[in-house]
Design a protein. Sequence first.
Lengths: 304, 289
Amino acid sequence: MHRRSVRWKRDAWEGYLFASPWLLGFLLFTAGPMVVSLAMSLTAWDGITPLSRIRWVGGENYQELLTQDLRFRKALGNTVLYVLGAVPFGTLNALGMALLLNQEVRGQALFRTLFYLPSVVSGVATSMMWMWLYNPSFGPINDFLARIGVPQDRLPGWLTDPQWALPALVFMSFWGVGNAMLIYLAGLQGVPQHLYEAADLDGATPWIRFQHVTLPMLTPTLLFNLVMGIIGSFQTFTQAFVMTNGGPQDATLFYVLYLYQKAFQQFQMGYASAMAWILFVIVMTLTLSLLRGSRRWVYYEGER
Amino acid sequence: MTAAPRRWFRLRPAQWLSYAALIGLGGLFLSPFLWALSASFKTNAAIYEFPPNFLPRPFHPENYERALSLLPFARFAWNSTVITLSCVAGQLLTGSLVAYSFARLRWPGRDVWFIVLLGTMMLPPQVTMISTFVGWTQLRTLTGVDWVDTYRPLIIPSFLGGSGVLIFLMRQFFKTLPLELEDAARIDGCSTWLTYWRVILPLSRPVLATVAVLSFIAHWHDFLGPLIYLNSVDRYTIQIGLRMFQDINGSRMNLLMAASMLVLLPVLILFFSAQRYLVRGIVLSGIKG
């Protein structure tokens, strides 16, 4: 007994020691900054004025954001539309591609690589590639549309047209569903074979098999991808910054882009911190309600 | 499940459909790369031709030379390499320590801290971005040394555990290792440190490779971080450099595409040589909770 308690104490001490880099990192780069940004959101600070002369404004930043700032409303609306376009349809695309690949097809590895690659090489370079693809007068996409019979004057202006710029970025996001697709594929391959065999014995059609075996077994994966997709889509920045800089007419002004402009171009650090906290509340509320609601539709093996 | 060798003419109609869909989608996913590659070898006049020709004629490989001469891309690539490799090293060293602590050591509060770790995975980084930046700027008044416009704000977080997702990934792997090996090491008198260093890490090469690749890709592509912290052009990363190139030479699409291809190249090489580690990362994250 005595020996065990000594061992326990040593373990406890060493446990903290081994975890200390992250514990320290959490305090310095997550918990601390969260408290500071909450405090900053109550000020009208430009990030430069000495701390001693900070002007406290209470809830004014929040009030202005929520009741007066039309660009904030636009940015939030754009982002919500983007999430509503990119996440559900991205999910369908990723799931559909995973189902296609999960069959006995030749060249599975080749197709998997092709679908996965774009999701790995995101960034400035791919944004530039898509700027060229979307070029309204000379780009390959409009060339294709013209070839299949869209009249010249009806060709979309894509990134230059306020109506088409946001759909263009949503469409581009489907190019990056490869990572989600691989997660679905791993989920599909984890479905126990005996369930399919049992379904076959009962004479199930492929659709019934999908509805009653594949889909329920895939719901935990679906939940994971939905949560990650929503969190990620709310943070969309690079594409909008590089391809449109929020334009035309703020049509692609995303939440994080507006936050960046406020904080690092207009130096309204307090105002931008309030934006960050509103983002935090939105994302947390969405995530938690998804997780809570998921009890009704997510099936976990091993539960009663 | 022995798949009988199939001939193409024996395929069922449904399989024809599947192949048609796969090939169509494959072409769709590949075409942005091919169009950009083709544009990178064209003259600028040939790019602004409608309808566009897929094949670059005349063929202009000099675009690459021109693009490289207009901005110090070699310098940017070197900067990116220094930052990225430092981050990978920090992530591997400290992240694996933390993951080992969560996987195998028993300490009060561990399970609560683990939930906190999972929670950080859901936190949008923008919530802490501004105040962290302010923190680094204020550090100047305390220390008298510049922190902004150095690589330290970009690298140091990776030496303090780094990404929560990657810690989680390593912890999941460590959990699958047989306990007997560690017990044996303990009986032989190994300290916790030696057990971790001599037993756990050598057995964990696959997951360490996965974490290294994932971390490399994340930091190589990082845009917002360098955009905020780096001001001097000679410290720019390759992503910021490419963005600067766009500002200066935005109308010369052929050079822009050549520069983009050059930036993509290292990632493409890494992707094709390390794809299995990336896939393993997805399997490991497990989603089964």
